[in-house]
Design a protein around this ligand. Sequence first.
Ligand code: T1G
Length: 650
Amino acid sequence: MSVNVEIEGEIAIVTIGNPPVNAVNRAVRERLLALAQELDDNPDVRAVILTGAGTLFVAGADIAEFDRPAEPPFLPDVIARIERAVKPWIAAIRGAAFGGGLELALGCRFRVATESARFALPEINLGIIPGAGGTQRLPRVIGVADAIHIVAENQTPGGAEALKLGLVDALVEEPLLPAAIAFARNALEHALPSPSLDRPVSVPSPDVWAEAEDRIAARAKGAAAPARALQALRHGIEHGAEAGLALERSIFLELRATEEAAALRHLFFAERAALRPAEIRGINPRPIETVAVVGGGTMGSGIAAALLNAGLSVVLIEQDEAGVSRARSTLAGIFDSSRRRGQITDDQASERMARLETSIGYGAAARCDLVIEAVFEDLAVKRSVFAELGRVCRPDAVLATNTSYIDPRLIAEGLPGPERFLGLHFFSPAQVMKLLEIIPTPETAPDVLATGFDLARRLGKIPVRSGICDGFIGNRILRRFRAEAEALVCGGVAIAAVDAAMRGFGFAMGPFEMQDMAGLDIAFLYREAARSRGEDVPEIPGDLLVRAGRKGQKTGGGWYDYAAGDRRPQPSAAAERIIVPLVSARNDVAEEAIVARLMAAMAQEGQLILDEGIAASAADIDLVEVHGYGFPRRRGGPMFQAGRASADKT
Ligand code: T1G
């Protein structure tokens, strides 16, 4: 870590160098505090430029410090000292000025930035709020309404927008420092603006607060931090900056100690570690520019959309014109929906479709760097596809199956060049879901595995390597989760009580609502297949329901009844009658006990998955659950919960 100072003429240049992202840790805070005094005392210095080493300004406070008590000097005090310095400080910004980085810049008298600059207060994504004056200085620099979008709603303006907002005083071209020095020299010839905290701010009308509260509540999904960030901002506007700073700091320290904040920090680091697992470090992935997707159904089209969104060229292979036409129509619909939601422009939608080629037969796969098979989940069908691919594709082309539970070794049997084969298990809708389970076989080459991870990075997905077992990581835990939920029902707990408990914990829907939506018959057929193999698979209520024709929403009823065209689940007397042979007398169990029971089941299965080496870490299992199965992010994942639970027991 370094905070270097060099003096050019009468301008001091302070550069924060703390790789990889110039995070502000205690050493940086100490150095900045000392420098504020040193440079005030230096008669040769008239102004100070503060910048970050490398391609960004400062990513924020060092998140790794949050698992231990805050240590002085505290960032708010460092920023206040800079703000009150005799010599004006000017922040010179390229790349990210996030969190404490933006707060440092707000403590400076001026901010100059290049187009590449990006500004954010992403603390709410970590379950906390800005803790170093961001909720108080930002509204006094850009106004309350604009500040609320950044403080509590994750808005991340770039350089040009920041200039429009008044967040930066000048947009400059690279090289940044000479431009910042010229700006500083010019600024010294004029009266200085007031420090950010002293600037007047107009108090908005009550409906501005009310609209913001409604917007934030609508998107919070149970997370506490966004509303608290708004509370701190508002308090300072209504009671003065000092009162605002005091409340901000108090809320920051309170939230910093919560389970939610610890869970979100856990996932923050887990997501980054997942992209760079030790086993592929230093191994170059194979270059991938053109990808063939075999099968244009829901999964195949979703995978093709994800690839096109990432800028890759796609050849979508179907078996006939009808298949091609269906796939094209699905993809056009996906991009049209993204366009309507403002996620992409018309041109971007057209450009994506222009990078799509469709083909009948396997010939076009011959020029592809990667082929992803996404056909019907049947071993014989998959094997026939790879027999063709083995014949047509380049020997160095990576070949991947999107299977969700078939042993990839069986699929690759007899494939020439098995070292180039692996499983890439996408989750539907593949253009949305971030999880990608990467399943190497024992023969998969290290650079092919590295190619899978690199593809995940390019697609903006979270990759998790899974060993080979029934259901890999996610579907195996899902099966255990569902079995435990059904065991609760067999024990007399009401179906709706189990779902309500899991919704209260933060899931979008409970296990039975989820089964009705996905269809009970998929898992039923899976159990029946196991039974036909002679495995001892006890009857469970779901079997009785499917045998009675209750497969879920698609048949108008499963665990619940559904009125025509209405997806809202209604308690079903019919379902209760059908499952009664397997259900003991009614047993009202508290919501916490239901949650604890289901969490324990997931964590127990997760521990087995760890012990068997199927997953590389408990954090990976949490990533699978959060990014593939709707586990509430603010709860961190079943392994985090278990670790938390065991910590509570000690
Ligand atoms: N603290 C510690 N480590 C960090 C970090 C941070 N703030 N940000 C990133 N890293 C690590 C990350 O774990 C990874 O480590 C490496 O840097 C590269 O990260 C007082 C309290 C800046 C946009 O939330 O958004 O300030 O895996 O892969 O894709 O009010 O990092 O290499 O070992 O993400 O180029 C608020 C979080 C903190 C910003 C760069 N700030 N970071 O993206 O790199 S709280 C944030 C990011 C705060 C104040 C409050 C991104 C980035 P490793 P990366 P990237």
